[in-house]
Design a protein around this ligand. Structure first.
Ligand code: FES
Length: 504
């Protein structure tokens, strides 16, 4: 079984150089996922001088570990959006997301991108009568937004279902191949693409200065396309951060279903789809088992649960891939897209929940229009400075209560171990020594990797992620390698390395 995503394994690597000298551009884009590459593509086409800075490889963050599903509806559910806001808002969400899918389709066609893009139906399924009323309500909500929706008694699956809400004409693709092609097109149009170039500090002003290891980028405008914006921002207090898991399996039969299937269940739904890689081999993917980042000790159990789930419904031959990814849920159910500082020209795109491939594309369209001074019909709807206290209150209180609890449980110098002696090879634990909290990992060779356990974002204490072998912050989702390097999240600075000052 490979510990990577099927998308990554079925896509050629890209080789852009790291930034090696100072640069002056119109627009610096931080993050080379779908938001960053789509924005770079749109802005370079309009003659803008763009630098795209990716900390790892293009698509190597969340985009390369997503579902590859594109749909106009949302995880939050349209009925809920209609109740929370109104029908006009739900319609605008659907039309904006449909436009983003249309944009992807046109781009794939224009450049003949080999990313397995297909229009497919999306289905929300119930296996029991518990969800009957819910499906009816959601069906009506879909019709009100103008979606081509149907309520069926069956679905093209080998296991029994009770009801299925179907929306025609949604889409699927390999997101990794798509973003690699976008980056290549942006470069062809004059953009500068840099991989392995983490941004270490951003000095906002006119102009902005972005500091990296080997040079600075001076830019009139900055787009934070990092899934969660870098630095300390108010939106971080509005979002909950979750981790979800995926496995890709081979079946004993050729009965791989076509389309997007969300199977409702308690406590969580599962997402199922198929994929045929270039070699012609078929795979079935199942995704789910969400939990708050840094809040699950045995997160490897999520893969075991997925395997049990899929074996109960399909004749599984082998488990081939497994991976996981993070998502950020906004307080009011809509993402935050647009300017947060007009004077300095700072733009953010975050809060996509699990709907990020479509919202990321939409974010690129909206932010590009804002920068180019063009009217965009949806920029006000997703404005990150909107004020929706009533619509946000529930999740705001819930997420911040979590953060407050994390502070409380962390700071009275409590840790998982009193010394490193009990940390087994392959294991990580927080340890308090002389009043200081350390995050200590013992590698398979017995060597200790010791860093500060205090998150460099807003000083929560990081927790061990057993499955990823990383240190994850439960407050706003920053993640770090065992040697403290930032992997993702709002933190900019690495966890400082600490000398081993204790018996090993
Ligand atoms: Fe905010 Fe760690 S991510 S405190």
């Amino acid at each position: 079984m490979k510990k990577t995503s099927l998308w990554k394994d079925d896509t050629e690597a890209s080789f852009y150089p790291p930034l090696q000298k100072d640069l002056n551009v119109d627009i610096a884009i931080v993050g080379g996922g779908i938001t960053g590459t789509a924005a770079a593509h749109l802005l370079t086409l309009q003659g803008k001088n763009v630098a795209l800075l990716e900390a790892w490889e293009i698509g190597g963050g969340t985009t390369g570990f997503s579902t590859g599903n594109l749909y106009a509806t949302v995880e939050e559910r349209l009925n809920k959006l209609q109740c929370k806001f109104d029908e006009t808002t739900a319609r605008a969400v659907v039309s904006s997301r449909s436009a983003a899918i249309g944009h992807i389709e046109n781009t794939v066609r224009e450049y003949a991108i080999d990313c397995d893009f297909h229009r497919r139906p999306w289905r929300l399924l119930s296996e029991t009568e518990t969800f009957d009323r819910f499906l009816q309500q959601e069906y009506k909500a879909c019709l009100k937004t103008g979606l081509d929706a149907y309520l069926d008694d069956s679905a093209p699956l080998t296991f029994p279902i009770r009801k299925a809400l179907r929306i025609e004409n949604q889409a699927q693709f390999n997101p990794m191949r798509y973003v690699k092609a976008l980056a290549a097109q942006a470069q062809k149009a004059g953009g500068r693409v840099f991989e392995h170039t983490p941004v270490l500090h951003i000095k906002e002003g006119s102009p902005n200065i972005l500091y990296t290891e080997n040079g600075t980028v001076t830019a009139n405008k900055v787009i934070h396309a990092t899934h969660s914006p870098k630095g300390v921002r108010f939106v971080h207090t509005l979002m909950g951060v979750y981790r979800e898991y995926a496995i890709a399996v081979k079946l004993n039969s050729d009965e791989y279903p076509e389309g997007i299937f969300w199977v409702m269940g308690k406590p969580h739904q599962h997402s199922i789809r198929s994929y045929t890689r270039r070699t012609g081999e078929n795979y079935l993917l199942v995704l789910g088992e969400p939990h708050k980042v840094g809040h699950k000790k045995d997160n490897e159990a999520c893969f075991r649960n997925l395997e049990t789930y899929i074996r109960a419904r399909f004749d599984v031959k082998s488990i081939e891939y497994h991976w996981s990814a993070q998502n950020y849920r906004s307080a009011d159910g809509l993402p935050y897209i647009g300017s947060v500082n007009d004077k300095a020209g700072i733009y953010i795109a975050t809060g996509f929940a699990t709907d990020g491939l479509t919202y990321g594309t939409l974010a690129a369209m909206i932010i590009s229009d804002l920068i180019l001074g063009k009217e965009n019909p949806w920029s006000r709807l997703y404005d990150p400075r909107r004020h929706n206290p009533l619509k946000s209150a529930g999740r705001f209180v819930k997420e911040n209560a979590h953060v407050f609890m994390d502070y409380l449980t962390d700071w009275p110098y409590r840790a998982e171990a009193k010394s490193v002696a009990g940390i087994a090879p392959g294991e990580g634990k927080t340890v308090v020594l002389k009043g200081e909290k350390f995050a200590v990992y013992r590698d398979e060779a017995g060597e200790l990797h010791q860093v500060s356990a205090v998150c460099t974002h807003m000083k929560c204490i990081v927790n061990w992620n057993k499955e990823q072998k990383s240190w994850d912050c439960p407050c706003h989702g920053s993640r770090f390698t065992v040697d403290g390097q930032v992997i993702e999240g709002p933190a900019i600075l690495d966890l400082p390395k600490k000398a081993a000052n204790h018996p090993r």
